[in-house]
Write a protein that binds this ligand. Structure first.
Ligand code: UD1
Length: 340
């Protein structure tokens, strides 16, 4: 069984990927510093997969600990690197925290595993495209100046990885550019766990529906879109998790060499209002929402061309908006009854 290091493996996307790795016959080994996740997620994972995955708790910025880890787990064949800070607004307030954490952890991983035949999957983001000139946006679209230090860490990380492959420090690397991951595992045992007030739309919707938040503010209805609210490509987190398995499989084959990037979306965009209505339709719950001003830094519309992922990763998102909403709601209800 191939051993895969999953950094940030107790986070939202990381935990779902751990499940899909095990389903596909891999042996995940998790590193997480619990800065934006909870130890109890390990117990939740064991309820889903029937055993507790191997877990190490430390900060990847601590290079000595990473060196020690690499000695204790000498047979890692792949790394999926999720561990990073991801709050766009906080990154504007505290850019050095973001540059330090998101880039130091990556540089430490690359230097500790330098020259080794370890396949590397990096969590990137559609944020690298900014507002694309053409939609759907393809992987060849130009990278736009980053709107936030968070976005900049993703752009810089992609450049570092490309250079590391050119120099031979890394052998095979795939950057996956996520669109908007939402939803939760169908067991309702894992899902998104925002700390404090959620910044992202779907956790805000589910927390409003359960009564934790008074109302949802739609950030602007004067954009040049179908109904005036922003358009995003929402993708079910389980579909997204499966794409990481596909990326590992591609790197294991002889057809892949070097560095490449793939979009992970559905290929379709939905407006904020469409998401609100989809939630109401899927759950039968009426949401309390109002139209507010635009949020600074938001792009008007973005959705991905996923042809390259379909052809080369042999992967396609299968789960639709209704299941994205109903699974997110089941998870919120589970949390209300079983606080973690
Ligand atoms: C952005 C990035 C994404 C990044 C993520 C990290 C882009 C296009 N996307 O996601 O790559 O990984 O940040 O957090 O740069 N909204 C409301 N009311 C709310 C919350 C959100 O109307 O209370 C709207 C937003 O204006 C946006 C949509 O919902 O149009 C989705 O917002 P959000 O969930 O925060 O994700 P992005 O900003 O698209």
């Amino acid at each position: 069984m191939a051993k895969i290091l999953v950094t940030g493996g107790l986070g939202f996307i990381g935990s779902h990927t751990v499940v899909e790795l095990i389903n596909a016959g891999y042996e995940p080994v998790i590193i997480d510093d619990l800065s934006n996740s909870q130890h109890k997620i390990l117990g939740q994972l064991s309820k889903i997969v029937g055993f507790k995955p191997v877990f190490y708790q430390f900060d990847l910025c601590d290079k000595q600990k990473l060196i020690h880890f690499a000695k204790s787990e000498p047979d890692i064949t792949g790394i999926i690197h999720f561990a990073a800070f991801k709050a766009v607004g906080e990154s504007v307030q505290n850019p050095l925290k973001y540059y330090n954490n998101n880039l130091t952890s990556l540089l430490n991983l690359l230097s500790v595993y330098s020259g080794e035949s370890v396949d590397f999957v990096f969590s990137s983001s559609c944020t690298v495209y900014g507002q694309p000139d053409e939609l759907p946006v393809t992987e060849n679209a130009p990278v736009k100046p980053a709107q936030s230090p968070y976005g900049n860490t993703k752009q810089i990380a992609e450049e570092i990885l490309k250079d590391a492959v050119t120099s031979g420090d890394a052998k095979k690397v795939i950057s996956l550019r996520y669109f908007n991951p939402v939803g939760a595992h169908d067991s309702a045992l894992i899902g998104e766990l925002p700390i404090g007030v959620p910044q992202n739309l779907v956790p805000f919707i589910t927390q409003s529906a359960i009564g934790k938040r008074e109302k949802i503010t739609v950030f602007g209805n004067d954009y040049n879109t179908r109904d005036g609210s922003c358009v995003r490509d929402y993708i079910h987190v389980v579909d997204l998790a499966k794409a990481h398995v596909s990326a590992l499989k591609l790197m294991e084959s002889n057809t892949f060499a070097g560095y490449d990037v793939f979009n992970l979306g559905t290929g379709n965009g939905n407006t904020v209002l469409e998401i609100i209505f989809a939630f109401e339709r899927a759950t039968g719950i009426k949401l309390n929402y109002e139209i507010g001003p635009r949020r600074s830094g938001d792009v008007e519309k973005v959705w991905g061309d996923v042809t390259k992922s379909e052809k080369q990763l042999h992967w396609k998102a299968r789960l639709g908006i209704d299941i994205m909403m109903s699974s997110a709601w089941e998870w919120e209800k589970y949390l209300a009854e079983n606080p973690l």
